[in-house]
Design a protein around this ligand. Structure first.
Ligand SMILES: NC(=O)c1ccc[n+]([C@@H]2O[C@H](COP(=O)([O-])OP(=O)(O)OC[C@H]3O[C@@H](n4cnc5c(N)ncnc54)[C@H](OP(=O)(O)O)[C@@H]3O)[C@@H](O)[C@H]2O)c1
Length: 297
């Protein structure tokens, strides 16, 4: 039996808990901030219903084989009490979050050789605690090596395609190129398709090209088609559509992963001497417009 705990059973954590809970060889617990009784996930393959063990206090937790962290990136530090209780000498910790800085955010909390960064491409949203809609099939990418291969095996009996990659860094940056452009609708609160013009395209292209340039400097292999696809997605974004969680979070008045998706491009651009004026400007504007608590500190 594999003992596994998921910290942060929101849209992603809840979906993973429901899929992994289908395997009788995996004992799934969830470590929640907001408790719930049962988990119901609508997936493209039908409804998954499970009753994982729900822990709400770190004192209830014991060491497990695997911890999956599925909080938003800005909650990383708040997972410390869970990690202190859930991690024994052999525990491996998978960080299932967006962005490219999984290791930086957790290496002071977990030994580097037991940390597994995870890229997940799986659209899901939570309608209530324990109630989630997974709208399309999901894929997971991890680095190759023993930890990555063992993590992939956890998903053998799920409807999620997990794969280990020699070139994991490219997987992270290719996803970021698609994600970083969603800062535009997050800022305007309007789909980009209906207001598309040459100036809008220049902004979106600037965001994606800066991301690709910084990613390449970080060692990622990013074909030009990745930038073109990111632009095409914004050009085709239909009126009323929501582009990613940053847009949804701003609409809901929730904190946003601005630093994870765009601030990081500015920071790492500085490190490599690459100018990122488009990301810098939109990060500044979105922080000023959408994160009022920043202005107070
Ligand atoms: N949703 C998607 O489609 C999607 C797709 C790909 C990648 N991602 C990435 O996956 C990550 C998770 O996103 P999400 O959409 O699943 O976010 P989410 O729905 O907001 O879920 C985050 C969960 O973490 C919980 N949480 C926060 N701090 C906690 C703590 N200290 N202890 C226990 N639970 C804690 C939250 O509790 P509450 O219930 O109290 O809020 C919430 O249930 C993000 O990095 C996101 O960018 C999301």
């Amino acid at each position: 039996m594999i003992h596994l705990a998921i910290v942060g059973p929101g849209a992603i954590g809840g979906t993973l808990a429901a899929w992994l809970g289908q395997d009788p060889e995996i004992d799934v617990s969830v470590c929640a901030r907001t408790p719930f009784e049962d988990l119901v996930v609508e997936t493209p393959h039908g409804m998954l219903k499970t009753r994982p063990k729900v822990l709400v206090d770190a004192d209830q937790a014991d060491p497990v084989d695997w911890v999956l962290i599925a909080t938003k990136t800005y909650s990383a530090e708040t997972t410390r009490p869970w990690l202190e209780r859930l991690c024994g000498p052999q525990t491996r910790v998978a960080i299932v979050q967006n962005g490219v800085e999984h290791v930086r955010l957790f290496e002071h909390l977990v030994p580097r050789d037991r940390l597994v960064p995870v890229m997940i491409n799986l659209p899901a949203s939570r309608t209530a605690p324990g109630r989630i809609v997974q709208s399309r099939d999901g894929i997971i990418a991890v680095p190759s090596g023993r930890n990555g291969e063992d993590f992939v095996r956890l998903f053998a009996k799920t409807g999620i395609e997990a794969k280990a990659h020699d070139d994991f860094v490219s997987q992270l940056w290719i996803k970021l190129c698609g994600n970083c452009v969603a800062i535009v609708p997050a800022l305007t609160l309007r789909a980009t398709g209906p207001v598309w013009n040459a100036d809008m395209e220049a902004i979106v292209r600037g965001l994606a090209e800066e991301c690709a340039a910084v990613g390449r400097a970080e060692g990622a292999d990013i074909p030009a088609s990745v930038v073109e696809n990111a632009i095409a997605n914004m050009r085709n974004m239909a009126e009323g559509a929501i582009s990613g969680s940053i847009h949804a979070d701003r609409l809901a008045g929730s904190p946003m992963e601005v630093d994870t998706r765009n601030g990081v491009i500015v920071r790492l651009g500085e490190k490599h001497g690459i100018a990122t004026p488009m990301n810098r400007m939109l990060v500044t504007l979105l922080n000023a417009a959408g994160q009022p608590w920043l202005a107070k500190t």
